[in-house]
Structures are given as C-alpha cells and as structure tokens.
Design a protein around this ligand. Structure first.
Ligand code: PLP
Ligand code: COI
Length: 354
C-alpha cells in the first residue's frame, strides 16, 4: 500500500512532560484513508494534523457508526520506541468493524500503516517516567445520505497524543461506584466492540459517580444487574480468598488487551486466575467478611489501577486498607517494565517500528 506523506510546514513545540494529562495535546500529523464499496480502501495519506470536513448527513453524525482503538508507543531507556501487542488492537478493531458493519482492513496493511505513522511521529514519544504516545485509530461510516443501512463509504484515521496518567490519582487507588440503575451493554449488543456509542451511553452514570466523588462506575450485567462486568475505561480483577477472579467475556464486556496480558502473566507465574461469572452478592459478601484482598482495573490508558474504595447502593467499602496490594503492584511493575523495556519481554509482546 502506498501512503502519501505531506509534512507540516509549521511543526509544533513539544510539550513539557509534567503538563501532559490524557489526550489533550496532539502531534503534528494524522493518518487518513477512505473507503468506498467500489474502490475499497484508497487514498492512504499522512497529512498535517487539523480539522476535517464531512457532509452534514454523514452516517457517523446521525447513527453513531464509529469504532476506535487505543494503544501506546513507549520510549525505552535506549531511545528506541516500541509498541505493545499492536496486532491485538488491529484484530479487535476488525471485530468491532464487523459488529458495526464497517469495512475490514487487512491486518498486515493496518500494521504497515500504524508503523509508518508512528515512525513519522516518534519524536513525540515522551521519555519521562510513566509517559507514552497514545495512538487512537478510529473508523466511521461516511455515507452522505440519511437511510439507515450498512455503510458504503467509510473513513479510517489515526491520531496521536503524548500522555501521562489517565487518572489524576496516577498509581494511587481510585474510588469506584457500582452502578445499579443504568447498564452499559447487553449480550447480543455492542458491548464487546469498541464503539463510540458504548461510551456515550455510559456518560450519565459516570457523571453521577463523579458528582459523588468517584472516579468511574463498575457496571453490572444488563439483564439481571447482578454480575460484575467492567469499569468505564478498564477491565476489572479481584483477589478473593487467594483466587484471582475476572469477569468472563460473555459478549457484553470489552476483551481488553491489558486484561489478557495480566491473565497470561499471572498464569505463567503459577497463579490461579479464573474467568467466570462473579455476582454482586459474592463480591458484597467478600467485602463484608474481609476475604476481598485486592481489586484493580486494567486498560491501556489506565494501565493497572488499584481500587481502594467500592460503593454499592448506600454502602461504602474500603478495599485492601485503601492501599495498593502486592499482586496489583507486581502486575503494574511487570507490565510497565515490559512496556518501557526495563524488563525482558519473555512473551514477545513488544514490537519496534521497523
Ligand atoms: N474496557 C473498556 C470499556 C475500555 O474502554 C478499555 C480501554 O480500552 C478496556 C476495558 C481495556 O482494554 P485494553 O486493555 O485493550 O486497553
Ligand atoms: C484505552 O484505554 O485505550 C481506552 O480507550 C480507554 C478510554 C480512554 C476510552
């Protein structure tokens, strides 16, 4: 695939690493490629970062035909920039596209695009501890008509943002509210796809949680409001009585790449990890009798994030004395160690750009 490159004539100044936050600053360029049923994917181009123009009837603006991915480029101590399991993101993007009736992108071409784009923008990968270059590939339906049907035209783009930690808490424990009214997704719906609509639907509960001083909500299943699913922007794991438990992928949960990595890592070290249904009753009992030893969330943006407090209905429970637990700390140290190249990558998860 040929990618045309138009470089910006006025490169921006790189930001001070201490001011990064998450997703507020963008690099100099972006990748754009269009799709039509007649031509397939065409006009692959890297252009200066800027606003885009779309037709007011564009499908995405009316019917929410949109999917996205999130992955990071990390700068190692030797200066080399590497990606973490990028093929997993590409495969999940195609699975999301299939669910939303958006077109597939050949895996190898998607990898070529990603690496070409990141190579061009790699100077934007910060080097301060805990910082990285967040990559946001996304695709949207772009028909210029109002009929409701699988689209004939789409656009795929990648933008990039140098980031620090997602939560202001950093590695300090977050407070999570268990949501018992709104639901995020149902089986048969789009829960397993990374589509914008899932996030739009979750904002009302997220807003209520924030007003009460919580960072995000923990979702229960959409049918019985009984089984634990995931948190707003991360999967969730618990250590109960020595057993590490994470909700099974039942179709309404995002199959997180950090979740998968945590499971593979822990299993390789001899831990028992069970992917199973975990009811709120079981969790509540474990919170009350003290058998819930640790709880943490995991995701690309959130990394590994200890949960220090859980609220359910009118009760507030402290988890692990409100401090990060040993398994959570170990996962954080090992995963970030591999991602930033401080620890040998025995799993072959990291990839350089060539
Ligand atoms: N669950 C949701 C709803 C998310 O938005 C994310 C973030 O991408 C995750 C889980 C974690 O997925 P991953 O580890 O692939 O980033
Ligand atoms: C990610 O972790 O990459 C996410 O997409 C989470 C969030 C910012 C939506």
């Amino acid at each position: 695939m040929d990618i045309s490159i138009t470089k910006t004539s006025c490169p921006k100044e790189k930001p001070d690493s201490s001011t990064l936050g998450f997703g507020k600053i963008f690099t100099d360029h972006m990748f754009v490629m269009d799709y039509s049923r007649e031509k397939g994917w065409h006009d692959a181009r890297i252009v200066p970062f800027g606003n885009i123009s779309i037709h007011p009837a564009s499908t995405v603006l009316h019917y929410g035909s949109e999917i996205f991915e999130g992955l990071k480029a990390y700068r190692r101590a030797d200066g080399v920039v590497q990606l973490f399991r990028p093929m997993e993101n590409i495969r999940r993007m195609n699975a999301s596209a299939e669910r939303l009736c958006l077109p597939q992108i050949d895996e190898n071409e998607a990898m070529h695009i990603l690496k070409t784009f990141v190579s061009l923008e790699q100077d934007w990968t910060p080097s301060a501890p805990g910082t990285s270059l967040y990559l946001r590939p996304f695709m949207f339906g772009n028909d210029e008509s109002l009929g409701v049907h699988a689209v004939h035209n789409a656009r795929f783009m990648i933008i990039a943002s140098p980031v620090g930690s997602y939560y202001p808490e950093g590695i300090n424990p977050v407070k999570i509210m268990i949501e018992d009214k709104d639901v995020r997704a149902v089986r048969g719906g789009t829960g397993y796809a990374k589509c914008g609509g899932n996030y739009a639907a979750s904002n009302r509960a997220g807003e209520r949680a924030e007003q009460k001083g919580y960072t995000q909500v923990l979702w229960l299943d959409g049918v019985e409001r009984r089984y634990i699913e995931e948190v707003g922007a991360m999967n969730v794991m618990f250590k109960i009585n020595g057993e590490i438990v994470t909700p099974a992928l039942t179709g309404s949960i995002l199959p997180g790449i950090t979740r998968k990595s945590c499971i593979e890592l822990l299993k390789s070290e001899g831990y028992t990890v069970n992917e199973r249904l975990l009811s709120i009753d079981e969790l509540e009992a474990a919170l009350k009798d003290g058998s819930l030893e640790e709880a943490w969330g995991c995701g690309t943006a959130a990394v590994v994030s200890p949960i220090g407090e859980l609220a359910y209905k009118d009760e507030v429970f402290t988890v692990g004395g409100g401090k990060i637990g040993p398994v959570t700390q170990h996962l954080y140290d090992t995963l970030t160690g591999i991602q930033w190249g401080r620890i040998e990558d025995k799993f072959g998860w990291t990839e350089t750009l060539d």
